[in-house]
Design a binder for this molecule. Structure first.
Ligand SMILES: C[S@@+](CC[C@H](N)C(=O)[O-])C[C@H]1O[C@@H](n2cnc3c(N)ncnc32)[C@H](O)[C@@H]1O
Length: 268
């Protein structure tokens, strides 16, 4: 079976499990200790844990450090949040299932990470994502697509890392398949960096810079020369003719550092 077909089958399986198990009853509090089951019901997607090797790879790709605030959307048993906290980051899990939230808190306590790993019982669609500079997720393709407009409006440079599922025509900036520590079907990590918005006309020494933008890919003209380039968050680079330009987008200005220091100003 091709990878594409295998992934499609798994998406169908995950989706079917949502409806099949949606009516399953969690044991009443105080009776049997809660034991999560792979495939158990979730509000919009069932629980399937990300293999630890993929969690590690996702956090590596996002270059998570102590300076980051990481949010895991649909945080399951808390493994991604706890791993990010072990790297020194502040991390918060958003999880709809209260039993999973309690379990995550216990797991964070066992790992000695309660100071930096926190969990909120909430719906990921009703959560303010703007404070995070790293967002992690293992959801369904349809949920990624529903979140995409919100994600694209986050601060440029926000890193998004996902297990396996894409954001369709928004190509990932980086993709990696994990073989060490991953023997399941969910072994691909994807990274996107929220690009600054640059579409429009910019006044720049040398002529008008006219840009069109498809996510992180830019094209257009500078004077009479064709422009091709890309964004890495707020960092911009493009070639016009044989000249390479690079700089940083700061709202309605671009501070160019190459080929020489200059400022481009957005024309309104
Ligand atoms: C596939 S699991 C991923 C768990 C964890 N992020 C990981 O990678 O191991 C998806 C999780 O999302 C939770 N979930 C489903 N719909 C949700 C929603 N609307 N808001 C918050 N959590 C949700 C499920 O309960 C489940 O724990």
């Amino acid at each position: 079976m091709s990878t594409r077909r295998a992934i499609s089958s798994l998406v169908v399986a995950m989706t079917v499990m949502v409806s099949a198990s949606a009516s399953a009853q969690a044991p009443a509090a105080g009776q049997t200790p809660f034991e999560p089951q792979v495939g158990q019901a979730g509000k919009d997607v069932v629980w399937v844990p990300t293999p630890q090797g993929v969690v590690d790879k996702m956090l590596d790709m996002a270059k998570v450090t102590k300076d980051d605030f990481v949010m895991d959307l649909g945080s399951g048993d808390g493994r991604t949040v706890i791993t990010a906290a072990k790297r020194g980051a502040r991390a918060m899990g958003i999880e709809y299932n209260p039993d999973m939230v309690d379990l995550s808190k216990k797991n964070a306590e066992a790992a000695g990470m309660t100071a930096r790993a926190t969990f909120m019982k909430a719906d990921l669609f009703e959560t303010d994502l703007s404070k995070a500079n790293v967002i992690t997720m293992f959801l369904l393709p349809s949920i990624n697509m529903k979140l995409r407009p919100t994600i694209l409006n986050l601060r440029p440079g926000t890193r998004i890392v996902a297990n396996t599922f894409t954001m369709e025509d928004w190509q990932a900036d980086e993709t990696a398949t994990v073989t060490d520590g991953c023997s399941s079907s969910w072994c691909t990590a994807l990274l996107w960096i929220v690009p600054a918005k640059v579409e429009g006309t910019w006044a720049i020494p040398g002529g008008d810079l006219k840009l069109t933008q498809t996510f992180q890919i830019i094209s257009g003209t500078l004077g009479t020369q064709a422009v091709q380039g890309r964004l890495h968050g707020a960092a911009i680079e493009f070639t016009a003719g044989t000249t390479k330009y690079s700089g940083t987008v700061e709202g309605n200005t671009i501070k160019m550092t190459a080929p020489s220091a200059m400022t481009a100003t957005k024309k309104m």
